[in-house]
Design a protein around this ligand. Structure first.
Ligand code: SF4
Length: 470
């Protein structure tokens, strides 16, 4: 297969962040700041912090900034709750020109007072935004005074949008969560046969599925970070014997810190796909080590594979020859998706992430076929170019990528935001296969047209498209 001609990239400086797998493995430029002006998908620091913290159900989420920043709300990412629904509100201090000139600290203090009076929360997260970083409001001081005054946790989240990218927001959120965990001294912690589940936000109830598997294996899920979590549960995180990490992009930092401070070991797991789910349950059972837990894990895996394996394999024949493009947040999720597509007979021809690390890109490189385009921190123009050039029939991404796929006449699966059914665990593997089949094989794609003024390389719809490699 000929190499993709990278000289055609819309932005020359992006060359080091994109390559097509060949005989030699180049180091991909990743985990750095985005190039100015390329309309990166990494979004802002505040957005990263909000993704991680918003599922804390009984917290007030107060955005200190102009009203526009507060538009990133629960509705964009519908994490579910088994208790409080306070987290579904989005509060803002609604900073105006006068506040920018004279400072917004007083307004923030009054907003906290009002919210505490009205909702009586145990926890308030106060997010800083771009303008707060520019005018220099002292969030620490305002939050400290409010915490003392009301006798609750008021935690500043240092998330001024311009101060980095989404990864910096994940770290800001993890730092805020660390402030909650008690006791601060590891010697006072009493351990239990339980684990914390890091990097699952309970979209469509996915935390509950994994919790039920663990319960069957006699292992308690102490708390999930942060899907369906509460202030009280998060405080107890130090008593777990193990941290398992699903979304490494957002929670790798917290797992490392908890190992350092509390001596809690962590392992990366994945509950995406039959193979990864089974392997992860075995890894967890092995960690706890008692024969009964291991036996229960094997029974569970056997039962679920018997019930779901044939259904998933049944889609292989129907999907043979189809190709997928993947653009997701974390590197570990991309790795899981490549394996999951293999389970249903689909080749991944383009794979990229927003926050992948070098070692994750190395694994991706080892997993994919020659010629697959691997890219970090892509922009819509690049995604469009490679989806078409590689003849993908399907794009897996987040809410921002959906319109792009549909405009190109390509099927789409939302793996992040507004989905209503779970994609985790054995049941999730079946849902995923069904969704891939129904979107890729939908008759609607026969009726999509390429616009008359489309560039030369956009030469056909997804079903008939040829791979054009320069
Ligand atoms: S924090 Fe800054 S970049 Fe983020 S939404 Fe607000 S203004 Fe935009």
């Amino acid at each position: 297969m000929k190499a993709v001609n990278l000289l055609e990239l819309p932005v020359e400086e992006r060359k080091e962040s994109i390559y097509a797998k060949g005989k030699q493995k180049p180091n991909l430029k990743c985990d750095t700041d985005s190039i100015a002006g390329v309309v990166s998908q990494r979004a802002c620091v505040y957005c990263g912090a909000r993704v991680v913290l918003n599922p804390v159900t009984d917290a007030v989420h107060l955005v200190h900034g102009p009203i526009g920043c507060a538009s990133y709300t629960w509705d964009i990412r519908g994490a579910l709750s088994s208790g409080s629904d306070l987290y579904r509100f989005s509060f803002s201090t609604d900073l105006k020109e006068q506040d920018v000139i004279f400072g917004g600290e007083k307004k923030l203090a009054l907003a906290i007072d009002e919210l505490v009076l009205k909702y009586n929360p145990k926890l308030v997260f106060v997010y800083s935004t771009c303008i707060v970083g520019v005018i220099g409001d002292d969030l620490e001081m305002v939050c400290r005074v409010a915490a003392r005054k009301h006798g609750i946790d008021v935690i500043p989240v240092q998330s001024s949008g311009f101060a980095g990218n989404k990864s910096a927001g994940y770290r800001a959120a993890c730092d805020a969560l660390l402030r909650l965990i008690e006791p601060k001294n590891k010697k006072e912690v009493k351990k239990s046969k339980s684990l914390n589940y890091l990097g699952d936000f309970n979209l469509a109830g996915e935390v509950w599925i994994i919790k039920s598997y663990l319960r069957e294996m006699d292992i308690d899920m102490n708390v999930a970070f942060t899907g369906d979590s509460s202030c009280a549960a998060l405080k107890t995180a130090a008593k777990a014997s193990l941290n398992i990490v699903q979304c490494t992009g957002s929670m790798f930092y917290l797992a490392g810190k908890m190992e350092q401070i509390y001596g809690i070991p962590y392992m990366n797991i994945s509950f995406l796909g039959l193979e990864d789910t089974a392997e992860s349950l075995r890894k967890i059972a092995k960690f706890f080590g008692d024969p009964e837990t291991m036996c229960k894990a094997e029974e569970l895996i056997e039962r679920e594979i018997n019930a779901n394996g044939d259904i998933v394999r049944g889609y292989r024949e129907k999907l043979r020859g189809k190709k997928a493009a993947v653009y997701v947040g974390g590197g570990f999720k991309a790795i899981s998706l490549i394996k999951q597509f293999r389970e249903i007979g689909i080749d991944v021809v383009m794979v990229g992430t927003q926050t992948g690390r070098q070692e994750e890109y190395d694994t991706i490189n080892d997993l994919v076929d020659e010629g697959t385009v691997i890219l970090d921190d892509a922009n819509p123009a690049e995604l469009e170019q490679f989806i078409v050039k590689k003849g993908a029939h399907l794009l897996v991404g987040g809410v921002k990528e959906r319109p792009l796929a549909y405009k190109l006449g390509v099927a789409f699966i939302d793996h992040n935001h507004d989905r209503k059914h779970p994609l985790s665990g054995f049941v999730g593997a079946v849902n995923f296969a069904e969704e891939v089949y129904s979107t890729v094989c939908s008759p609607v794609w026969r009726f999509t047209q390429v616009p008359a003024d489309a560039p030369d390389w956009l030469d056909g719809n997804a079903g008939k498209r040829e791979i054009i490699i320069a």
